[in-house]
Ligand binder design. Structure first.
Ligand code: PLP
Length: 404
């Protein structure tokens, strides 16, 4: 009789987004005349920019011509895209990343879930709390997290680093030493960031204790402040301890088009074993490449027009973020985020739980957000609103919240 991977059975149900959707649906059915505004979505809403669409069209034409048709892509991704990334995301910032340290993928979700495979099950992971759920769940599936305690909502073998208002939603060094540290800045869900000096301290800490940092920089394009690092490799020594995950989803609207990349520096080693070689082996065996058409579209994001057009989209979302942040502040809410990230993190008023505030907001303002507690126990008492809606609906949502 075959057996399943019981680690999957240990996963607690992920009720967050399904419960949000169900509550919204039930409310709408009971109140068909109400116009609900969703500020809960982590998905972009603006269409792909013209530079990307042009690149897609011409790549599609190439695929229809025997002379220019492309079959399987090279394991690491096409050279034209890896060179463009190395030049624009790294060399332009004074960071030297070689083309063969960049692995093109179909996005940061799969990379953030898969990267743990190249590490031994004995490693202890540390995650921020609240956190993007993929880091922990993928380690649960692998069998690295011990047992789950329903009351504390924590795994016995995971080190949690609470990110609270006291630390400006940044993690502090944990008491217990981790082997793998997941960091995500700008952060989902809190919208917080760390300064270059703070990130340097994490790099120094990882180098001192022999840990590896998995640095998720999916929201890098939203950074607006000068002292916030765009890549962890701006920090001294980071190539010896950090893997960086990047995505085209939030900077260029590729959530449905799918493209990302992971940087694994060649000098990153465990004893004498190169993580770059291990990830290359894994990538070559289990992944057959992002489509040629999409890699050409990704290249177009870095063209002069592509940069201009995608920057305008980021600015549009960040204007929404400003509307939310300033509107809520003026209404007396305690808010953070929304300066270097498309997420606004607000303290629920009158000691309401995250879910109580969800219901209150839905019933009184017909606005849907995401309860902070869904991202981890330290998110209780907080609420996430996103800047990915339209300007008009964002303004209207804030007007309604102000009137509550
Ligand atoms: C922190 C973080 N990492 C990764 C992703 C997923 O990115 P991608 O669309 O490239 O898979 C998300 C998506 O919301 C995210 O919030």
């Amino acid at each position: 009789m075959f057996k399943v991977n019981d680690n999957y059975l240990k996963l607690p149900g992920s009720y967050l987004f399904s419960t949000v959707a169900r509550k919204q649906r039930e409310y709408q059915t009971a109140n068909p005349d109400k116009k609900i505004i969703r500020l809960s979505i982590g998905d972009v809403t603006l269409p792909l920019v013209p530079a990307v669409i042009d690149a897609l069209h011409s790549a599609v034409d190439e695929m229809g011509n025997a002379e220019t048709f492309k079959g399987y892509a090279p394991d690491l991704g096409y050279e034209f895209l890896r060179k463009t990334i190395a030049d624009n995301d790294y060399r332009a910032r004074g960071v030297n990343i070689d083309e063969d340290e960049i692995f093109i993928s179909d996005g940061a979700k799969s990379d953030s879930a898969n990267i743990q495979e190249i590490f031994s099950l004995d490693n202890k992971i540390a995650v921020c709390d609240p956190v993007y759920p993929v880091y922990v769940d993928s380690n649960v599936m692998a069998g690295r997290t011990g047992t789950y305690d329903k009351d504390t909502e924590r795994w016995s073998d995971v080190i949690y680093m609470p990110c609270t208002a006291e630390t400006d939603f940044a993690p502090v060094f944990p008491k217990e030493e981790p082997d793998i540290i997941y960091l995500c800045f700008p952060n989902n869900p809190t919208g917080s960031t760390v300064t270059k000096d703070q990130l340097q301290q994490w790099v120094d800490y990882a180098l001192k204790i022999g840990a590896v940092i998995i640095y998720d920089a999916a929201y890098e394009a939203y950074i607006s402040e000068d002292n916030v690092p765009h890549t962890i490799y701006e920090c001294n020594g980071a190539k010896g301890c950090a893997i960086e995950l990047r995505s085209f989803s939030k900077n260029a609207g590729f959530t449905g088009t799918r493209l990302g990349f992971t940087v694994v520096p060649k000098e990153l080693k465990s004893n004498d074993v190169s993580l770059n070689a291990l990830w290359a082996r894994r990538h070559g065996t289990k992944f057959n490449g992002a489509p040629y058409i999409i890699q050409r579209a990704g290249e177009a994001v870095y063209s002069e027009e592509g940069k201009k057009q995608t920057a305008q989209q980021v600015a549009y979302y960040m204007n929404n973020a400003k509307v939310i942040r300033e509107g809520l502040s003026s209404a007396g809410y305690t808010v953070s985020g929304g300066v270097n990230a498309p997420y606004i993190w607000l303290r629920t008023p009158d000691k309401m739980t995250s879910w109580e505030f969800f219901d209150y907001l839905l019933e009184n303002a017909n606005v849907v957000g995401t309860p902070g507690s869904g991202f981890g126990p330290s998110g209780e008492g907080y609420f996430r609103l996103t800047a990915f809606g339209s300007y008009e609906s964002t303004v209207e949502a804030i007007e309604r919240i102000k009137k509550m």
